[in-house]
Design a protein around this ligand. Structure first.
Ligand SMILES: [Zn+2]
Ligand SMILES: [Zn+2]
Length: 376
């Protein structure tokens, strides 16, 4: 497959290396109390614009919400109450540890700077982090552990595309993106450092553009079940590059198949509630439904219900399922995991394993796209 890489140099020697983004950490939780400690590099602790101290090795700083203020102390005792507290890295290798104490949560490691304030009745913790370090964290959080370099490259390009396409998403809240699924998952520095950083660096600045030269909706999912879904069907929001493609690569992967049983009585009641003219006397064979290719509706005669709705109501892994009627229970045999739109991760993992390059992988799952390198 041909790969067109357009290098756009708007400003000569422009570089993304020094560019930072601001990410709200633990954004889905209402942090009230945290502990921050220095791990690598030199850090200054700055409170309300004045420097309080230089952090030494593993010097833990305890920060709690106190009304509109932040109460700060270290192991030697209280330091004071402040509106804002910053941990400023004095060099590019700076790395700190952040532990959520109340509510109790993960202990994570991050690069570069941390700014703290009280907003929306919680501690607003913002990581100002170099773009490629942020992207590396996203790639690890969003990708399974068994991936190879070319898959990590494809994920890095999708993460970068999302970043630039959504950079204003949280503008009114004072940061660029959140670290939850609302934007893209980010749990700090990747543990599989070497391979992920090299994937991010190797695709430095590369993003995916659609036919109108805007950033694409860079969606992906765990496993498509053999055929991806179009955005028009899944989200009622058609995109020329998010169309259904056959995927022979994911079919022997861990999430390729699943099944679930539902008591026939419950199934009949469910269908009746959705206007189906069925009863417990309906021959069970009439409940049979087959998806060789993806279908939008489960139908019996003239009655129908979107497969999307069945997926949601019964918490199924995908909309790509067949139904086999039975006297006591009906069997739902499904394929894939996720919404099915865009890149199939398990298919992409397999493509990478057998030698496809990241641009070939992206061009396989997204149609009519252009890979471009963004300048600053
Ligand atoms: Zn968000
Ligand atoms: Zn697939």
């Amino acid at each position: 497959m041909r790969f067109v890489l357009i290098l756009i140099f708007v400003a000569l020697f422009s570089s993304l290396w020094g560019q930072s983004v601001s990410i709200s950490l633990f954004n889905d939780q209402s942090l009230r109390s945290i502990v921050v400690s220095q791990m690598l590099g030199k850090y200054s602790l700055i409170a309300d614009s004045s420097k309080l101290l230089e952090l030494t090795n593993d010097d833990a700083i305890y920060i709690s919400m106190y009304g509109e203020k932040l109460a700060v102390r270290n192991s030697r005792g209280p330091i004071g109450f402040f509106n804002s507290v910053k941990f400023v890295s004095r060099d590019s290798v700076g790395m700190f540890r952040l532990a959520a104490v109340n509510p109790k949560g993960d202990v994570r490691q991050y690069n570069n700077n941390l700014s703290l304030s009280v907003a929306f009745y919680r501690i607003l913790a913002i990581n100002e982090v170099e773009v490629d370090k942020y992207l590396s964290g996203v790639v690890e959080a969003e990708t399974g552990p068994n991936a190879s370099l070319e898959l990590y490259k494809a994920q890095a390009v999708l993460a970068r595309t999302f970043l630039y396409g959504n950079i204003h998403k949280h503008n009114t809240e004072g940061f660029d993106l959140c670290d939850g699924e609302h934007c893209q998952a980010y749990k700090g520095c990747p543990m599989r450092n070497a391979i992920i950083y090299s994937a991010t660096r190797a695709t430095f600045g590369v993003v995916v553009l659609g036919p109108d030269s805007s950033y694409i909706t860079s969606s992906f999912h765990a496993n498509c079940g053999g055929e991806t879904e179009s955005a028009g069907v899944a989200w009622l929001n058609p995109k020329s590059y998010l169309v259904s493609v056959k995927d022979p690569f994911c079919q022997n992967s861990p999430m390729a198949q699943w099944s679930k049983t539902i008591p026939t009585e419950q199934w009949v009641t469910y269908l009746q509630n959705h206007g189906f003219k069925v009863s417990l006397k309906t021959p069970v064979i009439q409940f049979d439904f087959s998806q060789i290719n993806r279908r939008q509706y489960y139908r019996i005669g003239k009655d129908s219900i979107p497969t999307k709705q069945i997926r949601s109501d019964f918490k199924l892994r995908s909309t790509f399922f067949s139904v086999i009627g039975g006297q006591k229970e009906i069997l739902i045999k499904g394929k894939g995991y996720g919404h099915g739109v865009g890149m199939c991760q398990e298919g992409a993992i397999q493509m990478a394993k057998i030698g496809y390059k990241y641009d070939e992988i992206l061009n396989y799952y997204f149609k009519g796209i252009l890979l471009a390198r963004v300048p600053k």
